[in-house]
Design a protein around this ligand. Sequence first.
Ligand code: PEP
Ligand code: MG
Length: 318
Amino acid sequence: REKAAWAARFEPAATVDGHRVEVAANLGNTAHAADAVERGAEGVGLLRTEFIFMAHAQAPDLEAQIAEYREALDALDGRPLVARTLDVGGDKPLAYWPVPQEDNPFLGLRGIRLALTRPEVLETQLRALLMAGVGRPLRIMLPMVKDVAEFRTVRVLFDRLLEELPEAERATDVQLGVMIEVPSAALLAPSLAAEVDFFSVGTNDLTQYTLAIDRGHPELSAQADGLHPAVLRLIEMTVSAAHAQGKWVGVCGELASDAAAVPVLVGLGVDELSVSARQVPLVKARLREFDLEEARARAELALAQATAEAVRDALEAR
Ligand code: PEP
Ligand code: MG
């Protein structure tokens, strides 16, 4: 199976009946973009830019960031890059950006909340992304957004940069979206969908915050299953709100590469799956095993269950 998946890795990702679902790669290092393409990735669906920052002794300046982003964009050669702005705090400390001691770091200053405490860092990052993206399809997304207010703050900054930078010196095929990884963002997806260009569901954090289980907890994390019907309902709300406004939805958490979850996510209407580069051929092969009708039936079946275990059992039985 693995051999067949590898041989077909450059075929476009689609279900048996030709329903296209983009399969992209998650990346923490821009030097790995070429490898992702070699494994059949149709783009990068999540560039975790915090790892670029962590690899430096201090925040990389404008020029250094442009060089980093350009490396990925060059390797992608016209395929889209979804870059996530700096997502530190919580479980991801950044040595030169200390966060005061917190009782609950996962509920504290992290993601976009932390970034907005130093808007000049975010501004430099957005500027670098825009400047690196000349002539390339560039998607930028914000982590840990809880409602539209945070998005609007960044939108103002972003629109000012678009005004300031001459068109010939910046990306013009550019979208600004948000991650859906906090339950409030999924619940309020209709108001977000009216203003953002796209959503990408971060099922790792969305599951953690929906089930109130630390994603790294030694005893409990096994129960933090993204196929939990509560999480699936939030994904369903997210997709229907996005599609009602003509916006696209990706999934970039680990659930996107779970063989049982792939048809469920497709059935819920997800447009893009972003997975580790290693998994790209396998996820493409998984898509070729069912049609859209079967995917929809599986999504409905999963949504009707009461626990994650029941979802897995029901999918298995089918
Ligand atoms: C997620 O939360 O699902 C996600 C993709 O982001 P990260 O794993 O980097 O927190
Ligand atoms: Mg996350």
